[in-house]
Design a protein around this ligand. Structure first.
Ligand code: FES
Length: 331
């Protein structure tokens, strides 16, 4: 166990062996800026004033030689080798109501959602709270390091379920899809993420997803229904896929009541004979469907990096304020 002090007169918190400075700070209830937790966004960068750290991932996309020269490190990758003093600007908005914990969870079921997305449901011991839209880090057996996957269900029944798309050649999804069976135990660390449902917003809601991004959007839609938001607010749910064989039945996935209360649009990026729905890139379909009203929405999105970046750009160009766009920066 090492001690981490926030410069100049901030709190001191403990960091367990093997943990990163970011996760230890969040477990201690401290607001360290972050988004992806996997070295991609750079939001968790801090300055090391004293002590020694080691990056778990030296090839983290958001970290460079220049950072190293300036003694700047990524909180989500830096594991302390000694007591440390660090400097960063605290951001209270990243403090989780449910502090992240590392748990051993039992896989209880695997349910197909599309031809390459399965829903994996785990029984979570003890505290199972999270907000709709948050994610956790799952470490399948024989895979090094956790992978970020978002929960699709709502907290409260002792389970967390994850809709995960198989990545061709991916070690983690290869293990989950080919080897995992109910009864297996895996390490799950969470909840993380700040793109959770803003239940206090009275604006209409737009959800946009592709691939595994389906999972947090399903959770947010379920949360909006549970909170009674859909009695007065319109929820548009956009899902982008390549072909019609990549789509799912909204009633089967969301349930009849929720599917009946939202406006669901599936869009195919590839032209297909017999397809009567919209075709084209998802950001364009969103812009065409929503028109000028897009800038009045509360927007949540998740999915492949290029798609997420394009949705952000489209929404920005439509005049939507950044504080009404909710996403975790995996791109
Ligand atoms: Fe650390 Fe994204 S790079 S949270």
């Amino acid at each position: 166990m090492t001690k981490i002090k926030i410069h100049p007169d901030g709190p001191v918190f403990d960091c367990r062996e093997g943990d990163t400075i970011l996760r230890a700070a969040l477990r201690a209830g401290l607001g360290m800026p972050y988004s992806c937790n996997v070295g991609s966004c750079g939001n968790c960068r801090f300055e090391l004033l004293d002590g020694e750290v080691l990056h778990q991932r030296t090839d983290a996309p958001a970290w460079s030689e220049r950072d190293l020269k300036r003694n700047r490190w990524l909180g989500c990758q830096a594991a302390p080798k000694s007591d440390c003093t660090i400097k960063f600007r605290q951001d209270p908005s990243t403090v989780c109501r449910d502090r992240p914990e590392i748990r051993t969870a039992e896989l209880v079921s695997i349910t197909p959602v599309t031809r390459d997305i399965n829903e994996f449901t785990f029984r979570i011991p003890a505290q199972d709270g999270f907000r709709p839209g948050q994610y956790a880090l799952i470490t399948p057996p024989d895979v090094e390091g956790g992978r970020a996957y978002s929960m699709a269900n709502l907290a409260g029944d002792g389970t967390w379920s994850f809709m995960i798309k198989r990545v061709p050649g991916g070690a983690a999804t290869g293990c989950l899809f080919e080897q995992a069976t109910p009864g297996d135990e895996m390490t799950i660390d969470g909840p993380y993420g700040t793109a959770w449902l803003r239940a206090d917003s009275e604006r209409d809601i737009v959800l946009a997803a592709g691939g595994s991004g389906l999972s947090p959007m399903v959770s947010i839609a379920r949360g909006a229904l549970a909170q009674g938001m859909l009695d007065n607010q319109t929820l548009h749910f956009f899902y982008g896929a390549r072909t019609s064989s990549d789509l799912f039945d909204p009633e089967a996935v969301l349930g009849k009541e929720l599917a009946g209360k939202i406006r669901f649009t599936a869009a195919l990026s590839e032209a297909e004979t017999g397809w009567s729905g919209p075709s084209g890139l998802l950001p364009n379909v969103i812009a065409q469907t929503m028109g000028p009203a897009l800038c009045e929405q509360e927007l949540y999105f998740a999915g492949p990096p290029a798609m997420s970046a394009a949705i952000q750009k489209t929404a920005y160009e439509a005049g939507l304020q950044m504080d009404r766009m909710h996403f975790d920066e995996f791109f």
